[in-house]
Design a protein around this ligand. Structure first.
Ligand SMILES: Cc1cc2nc3c(=O)[nH]c(=O)nc-3n(C[C@H](O)[C@H](O)[C@H](O)COP(=O)(O)OP(=O)(O)OC[C@H]3O[C@@H](n4cnc5c(N)ncnc54)[C@H](O)[C@@H]3O)c2cc1C
Length: 321
């Protein structure tokens, strides 16, 4: 079986860590089914990313460089990914916004069945079995796909990132495929990204998340704690909807799925939709003034306290210690 991983770059050149989850998933699939994996890198200046990816055990790293690949527009990427991908039996990307946007389109072009947001891959009766979350991650189901080409995206928080090896894969250039009518109809207008010195939420080792209780003191209270811990800031949907912080802070079913080593839930009740996005965290600390808040059922450490007292005290203790 031949597997193709679609790498994710930012600004068309820098490799995103999210790609490493797809590599590790594809390596497992290739091992189970017996075969190798290649990595496809599309970008405006993808060479350096390709050189980095050459250290991850791939049979080959395929590179397609074109100015139109600077921004991740699924309509623009899909023709090349599906043209290259038709030589493979399995195509894999991480279930980031990029992967979730691109891969269903690629699957449709290849008449391939699609397993989205997979948490693991195993095998049974000579078939790959994809483990997928259902009901906002409260249950998992196993599925098999029956088409000659299969397409899967991988939930980053459930899969250990691939590590560099001593290998050095050959790098081969591939041509960009002609634009489809859909590609001709889309245009990149602007990226309105929040600039931050903090780690990316989905890559962070520590996350400090705040809920509705923070009100307009969201940043005043949480930033000093995040600074002490070198953490990314996250939030519940209630905090986002109330305008206390930007939308890309949202963790949960309809936000980002995270699995840091340490997750602080500050003034967050622990609604099922929030938990769906962070329950894979290794250690969970909850601060809430309601001892019956559902978040305490999940947390490793719980503090029943008013957050406006507890968080500044914690910051002082961290500074002192
Ligand atoms: C389809 C759908 C999708 C959704 N997706 C998401 C999602 O992706 N992410 C998400 O988070 N939510 C999501 N929600 C919303 C979710 O159901 C909850 O409404 C939301 O998570 C609640 O946010 P919260 O915990 O901040 O607010 P609340 O539920 O209002 O909880 C606030 C908490 O703060 C505590 N508190 C108040 N004052 C203090 C204080 N001074 N000190 C300490 N504690 C205090 C309270 O005891 C309470 O537990 C979704 C809902 C739906 C229907």
């Amino acid at each position: 079986m031949k597997t193709l991983i679609i790498a994710e770059l930012s600004a068309g050149k820098e490799l995103r860590n999210s790609t490493l989850a797809a590599i590790s998933f594809a390596a497992t699939a290739a091992q189970l089914a017996g075969g190798s994996y290649d990595i496809l890198v599309l970008g405006s200046e993808p060479q350096q990313a390709a050189e980095t990816l050459a250290k991850f055990g791939a049979h080959e790293v395929l590179v397609s460089a074109d100015p139109s690949f600077e921004h991740p527009l699924a309509e623009v990427f899909a023709p090349t990914v599906s043209e290259v991908g038709k030589e493979y039996q399995l195509l894999v990307a991480t279930a980031s916004s990029f992967g979730k946007d691109l891969m269903p389109r690629v699957a449709a072009r290849l008449d391939a069945a699609y397993a989205g947001d997979c948490a693991a891959v195993t095998s049974a009766s000579d078939q790959l079995v994809y483990k997928r979350p259902m009901f906002a991650g409260n249950a998992f189901g196993d599925c098999t796909l029956s088409t000659p080409i299969q397409v899967a995206t991988v939930r980053q928080s459930e899969v250990e990132a691939a590590k560099e090896t001593d290998s050095q894969s050959p790098i081969r250039q591939v041509a960009k495929s002609p634009d489809s009518p859909a590609a001709q109809r889309v245009e990149f207008v602007a990226l309105d990204a929040v600039k931050s010195e903090r780690p990316e939420l989905t890559d962070a080792r520590v996350i400090v998340s705040g809920g509705r209780a923070l009100k307009d003191k969201f940043f005043d209270v949480l930033e000093p704690l995040a600074d002490q811990l070198g953490a990314a800031l996250g939030a519940s949907r209630a905090a986002v909807d109330a305008g206390y912080c930007p939308g890309d802070f949202q963790v949960g079913q309809t936000g980002k799925i995270v699995a840091p080593e340490l997750y602080f839930a500050v003034g967050i009740s622990g609604a099922i939709q929030h938990i769906a996005g962070m329950k894979g965290s290794k250690v969970i600390v909850a601060i809430n003034k309601d001892p019956d808040a559902p978040i305490f059922q999940l947390s490793d450490y719980g503090l029943v306290a008013d957050l406006f007292d507890a968080v500044p005290e914690l910051v002082s203790a961290l500074k002192a210690g």
